[in-house]
Every structure is written in C-alpha cells, then in structure tokens.
Design a protein around this ligand. Structure first.
Ligand SMILES: *[C@@H]1O[C@H](CO)[C@@H](O)[C@H](O)[C@H]1NC(C)=O
Ligand SMILES: *[C@@H]1O[C@H](CO)[C@@H](O)[C@H](O)[C@H]1NC(C)=O
Ligand SMILES: *[C@@H]1O[C@H](CO)[C@@H](O)[C@H](O)[C@H]1NC(C)=O
Ligand SMILES: *[C@@H]1O[C@H](CO)[C@@H](O)[C@H](O)[C@H]1NC(C)=O
Length: 500
C-alpha cells in the first residue's frame, strides 16, 4: 500500500477520521479550526519546556504548521502502516476512545470550549473537566538494525506525545551495534524530534556481546542503557517520571499505546504488557509469541498456541478469550508499561542476569525484573489481550481484519448480532477481530489482584553452547515468601487518573 499522510486523508475523507488520528490532526491543524486547541501547540512564542528545574537558554517553539510539516515528512518516509491503524474506525469506537482517553490528555483545554468542539464534535456531553495534573512519561526504546521501522516509530511517538502533552514526554533510545544505516537515520530523527520540541536522548554503541560473559548479562546491559537518562534526570535536575513505556522494535498503533497506559494507570499496575503474535508455519496461523517470559498467575508458562490454548490456568484463559485484562506472574510481549517507583526506591530494581551463585534459574532479564517487582511489593502485573501486536504486516492483517458491514450481509442475525446494533457485532467477539473492537464495561473495571504463586516454571538459558534459545531443563523454581503475601499486590504508588 502506498503511504498516506494524515493530511491527504483529511482532505479526502474527513468523516472517516478516526479519533486517534483525528485527535492529532486536530492538534496539528488546530489553528485552522474556529477555536484554538491546546496551549502548548498554540504558543508560537512561549519558551520551550526543558525541565521544571533547569534554567537553560529559552527557545521558541515551532508553530503548529511547522510541526505538521515535520510530521508529514515522517509519515511519508515509512513503508509501514501504523498511521492507518485507526483510519476507518467505526463511529462508536471513536466516541468510546474519545471518552476513555480524555483523562490522559496532557494539556489544559481552552476554558470556554472543550477540546472536542475544536475538532468539530458537539461539546454538549463533554463539558466535564479534563485532567490537567502533570503526569510524566519516559519512553525507553532499544533498537538494532531498525532502519525500516524508525520513521513509523517516530511518527507514532509524535502522535502519542501530542495527546499526552509534549512537555510530559521524554524519549530515550539506545542502539547497539547495528550493521545497517540505523545510526545515520537516527541522527536525522534526533534533529527532527528536537525541532518539534520533544525531549530526546539517542545513544548508540558499538559494543558487542563479546565483551560480556553471559548472554543475559549483555541483554540486561543493553536494556539498562536505555534507562540511563531516567537516572541522570533525577540526579541532575530532580526530575521524576510517573510512567515508563518500554518498547522493542515493534510498531504499535497509537490507541494500543494509549490503552496500555490507561490500563496501567487504572490498575496502578507495576508492569502492564500487550499480547504479541508470530506466524506459526506448522499451525498455519498466528500464535502467541513471547512464552519465554510470560507466566500465568499460577506460575505456568503460556503456550505458542492458538488463542484458546494459550493459558493453562482456566480463569485466566476465560478472561483472555474475552479480551479482558488478565493478572499474570510475568510478561513482556514487545511493549511494557512500568511503574517507575521500584527504579527510584530501594532495592533499586534494574535489568539483570540471574544470580547463578545463589542457584537462581537463568531466566530472561524480563522475567527476572518481574520477579524483582514482586519481591519489591509491586507485583501488580497484567496483560492486556485487546492490544494484539504483530512484528510484520502479514500477521497484523490476519489478527486485525477490516471490519465488514454485516448489516448489508445476509446471515448477520444468524451470527448472533442484531441488525444495525454495533454493540452486538459478532466480529468483536471473534478472536482475530477488527482493530476498532468496541470496549465492554468489564474492560473498564479494576482488576482484583491476588498474591503470587509459590513456584514458577523456569526454562533457563545458560548460553554456554551454540543453542540460540533456552538450553537448560525447565524447572519449577520456588518464589520468595514475600511475593506470596497480600502485601505484594497492594497499591504502593498511586498513578490513577483523577476522573475515575
Ligand atoms: C543488540 O541488542 C539486541 C537486543 O536488543 C540483540 O538482539 C542484538 O543481537 C544486539 N546486537 C549485537 C550486534 O549484538
Ligand atoms: C499450577 O502450578 C503447579 C506448581 O506450583 C503445577 O504443578 C500445576 O500444574 C499448575 N496448574 C496449572 C493449571 O497450570
Ligand atoms: C451498512 O449497510 C447498511 C445497509 O446497506 C447501511 O444502511 C449502513 O449505513 C451501513 N453502515 C455503515 C457503517 O456503513
Ligand atoms: C517461607 O514460608 C514457609 C512456609 O510457609 C516456611 O517454611 C519458610 O521457612 C519461609 N521462608 C522464609 C525465608 O521465611
């Protein structure tokens, strides 16, 4: 498919604009609309936000039009499609998203009109106040040979930041030893990002695995490097973040990221992950992917299997198949939203390899950080099945087929839907469904977290031989008593949204 810019979509089919795209377009062309939008976009001559406590030289922010041109450039450089994820969303989903994510908006609305009315929506039912409390987001991203995804990744970051508030976002990218032109491309994007007033640190490395003894030690080191600016900003400027979004080289849609952030804050969760899928050649369908890390709340591994057999723990399986958030012992799955509290307070969690001398099982650095969150009393870990991530377009298209107008198709009622009622659309109940699946009330309810399991299935990777993957016999590893107490899942750090 040919790349399409937001602007050309807007000109061609204004009524088709999905909210998330629409929101951003609204932000970008805010000036062109009758009433202005958020103050940070409007302020052509306000000092750029650097940090609360630093008094650096003041810059002038680019105008809305200038920012739009930068975004347009980004959106046309990429062969990917995240700009189109929400393009044809059904109207009811757009309305749901608008209401659901309103508490995440990181800017003050104009006092008279609501931000929605600026987008041309009726403001009557949206007059309730928008959260203006500052909530700071730290994006940590590891890249390696990522030339093809960088433009899309940045376009998504720009869009999400426009919603969360540019002044609330910090982006940290760590690139290790790429052999393509990733480094050169990153330099361009570093400049583009700064040009729109978004704070960013990009560090690249030529260190390779050879410098480390253990594979997991190396992977943990690579991940920790992306967190360095978090500690530097705290030390140098006393700046603290409220939410961390950790991403691999994956391409989530804007609403995927918003939903993970929303669930993380709604549940005051320690770690919140998506669900990722890979094509399985023997099965001939996409299956759940990251089962090296993912463990259900009984400690059992998830399976690389079709959706109905991913979870062994049956209550979890039931929720998973209804696309409802599920408490788990451990997960990562391409994107994880973290509560930063355990990074800031003793015992100072970080990515690490197993303590082999203490007989700890040599699990993934991502499993170990989940165990450490439990031990630190931040064991509220959950997986959000609605957010289904793919590593390529083939899988994305299978797990998110386009929505068909079933009212126009015979047999709709036989499939269990009521004519013209989008809330009973059987496509939303099917496993691989359209990306604009409607939210159910259960997805909004807070999760009731239970204490952790006594044992967790661990499949160690010693990395001594040539095997590219776990190479030890799996064991049931016993967990510390601390993570089995109710205190391990008590809320320690309130990050909720004031409206809920
Ligand atoms: C860089 O890190 C990634 C993991 O983030 C790893 O898969 C890759 O092999 C590393 N690159 C090199 C050159 O070792
Ligand atoms: C629950 O965990 C125990 C080990 O603690 C294991 O023996 C059992 O098979 C697990 N049950 C399920 C349903 O996975
Ligand atoms: C679906 O088709 C019906 C009947 O052809 C039509 O009335 C309705 O407007 C269509 N809905 C959408 C969302 O296009
Ligand atoms: C953990 O609990 C078990 C029984 O509940 C007890 O036998 C064991 O001594 C405890 N371990 C520690 C380190 O407190």
């Amino acid at each position: 498919m040919r790349p399409t810019t937001v602007w050309s979509q807007l000109k061609r089919a204004p009524t088709l604009l999905a909210l998330v795209v629409g929101l951003l377009v609204g932000l970008i062309i805010g000036r062109a609309l009758p009433s202005g939008l958020l103050s940070i976009w409007r302020s052509g001559n306000r000092p750029i936000f650097v940090s609360r406590l630093s008094a650096r030289k003041q810059f002038t922010l680019p105008t809305v039009d200038q920012r739009h041109r930068v975004l347009e450039l980004l959106s046309t450089l990429s062969p990917h499609h995240t700009t189109e994820c929400t393009r044809n969303s059904q109207p009811l989903y757009i309305q749901q998203v608008r209401e659901r994510y309103e508490p995440l908006l990181g800017y003050k609305p104009p006092s008279q009109t609501s931000w929605l009315s600026s987008l041309g929506f009726s403001s009557a039912q949206h007059v309730h106040s928008v959260s203006t409390k500052e909530h700071k987001y730290f994006f940590a991203i590891n890249l390696y040979n990522s030339f093809d995804i960088i433009p899309d990744l940045f376009a998504t970051l720009f869009r999400v930041s426009a919603i969360l508030g540019y002044h609330n976002v910090y982006v940290s990218i760590y690139e290790n030893g790429s052999t393509d032109q990733t480094k050169a491309l990153l330099r361009i994007f570093d400049a583009l990002t700064r040009s729109v007033g978004l704070r960013i640190t990009i560090r690249t490395s030529t260190r390779t695995r050879g410098a480390f003894n253990h594979r997991i030690e190396y992977l943990a080191e690579v991940r920790n490097q992306a967190f360095n600016p978090l500690h530097e900003l705290r030390d140098a400027q006393n700046e603290y973040f409220d939410t961390i979004i950790f991403m691999n080289d994956i391409l989530p849609c804007v609403d995927d990221l918003l939903e993970l952030i929303w669930q993380s804050r709604r549940n005051n969760a320690g770690i919140t992950c998506a669900a990722d899928y890979m094509y399985h050649d023997e099965i001939g369908a996409p299956v759940f992917y990251d089962n090296w890390v993912a463990r259900d709340i009984n400690g059992t591994a998830l399976e690389n299997a079709p959706f109905e057999s991913i979870f062994h723990h049956s209550p979890s399986s039931e929720r998973f198949q209804m696309h409802l958030p599920v408490q788990v012992q451990s997960c990562w799955n391409g994107v994880a939203v973290l509560d930063p509290a355990p990074f800031y307070t003793p015992p100072y969690v970080q990515f690490r390899m197993a303590k082999l001398l203490e007989q700890e099982c040599s699990a993934s650095e991502c499993s170990l950080i989940c165990n450490d969150y439990w031990a630190a009393g931040h064991g509220r870990i959950l997986m959000v099945p609605r957010v289904k991530l793919a590593y390529d377009k083939k899988v994305f298209d299978i797990i998110h087929p386009s929505r068909r107008n079933l009212t126009a198709i015979r047999g709709y009622v036989r499939l269990g839907g009521l004519p013209d009622n989008p809330r009973t659309d059987p496509q939303d109940r099917s496993w691989f469904g359209p990306h604009d699946r409607l939210f159910t009330p259960e997805e909004t309810a807070e999760i009731d977290f239970v204490p952790g399991p006594s044992h967790v299935w661990c499949w160690g990777w010693d990395g001594a031989g040539d095997i590219d993957g776990p190479d030890m016999d799996p064991i049931w590893e016993s967990m510390p008593n601390k993570s089995q107490t109710p205190d391990a899942v008590k809320v320690k750090h309130q990050r909720g949204m004031s409206e809920l």
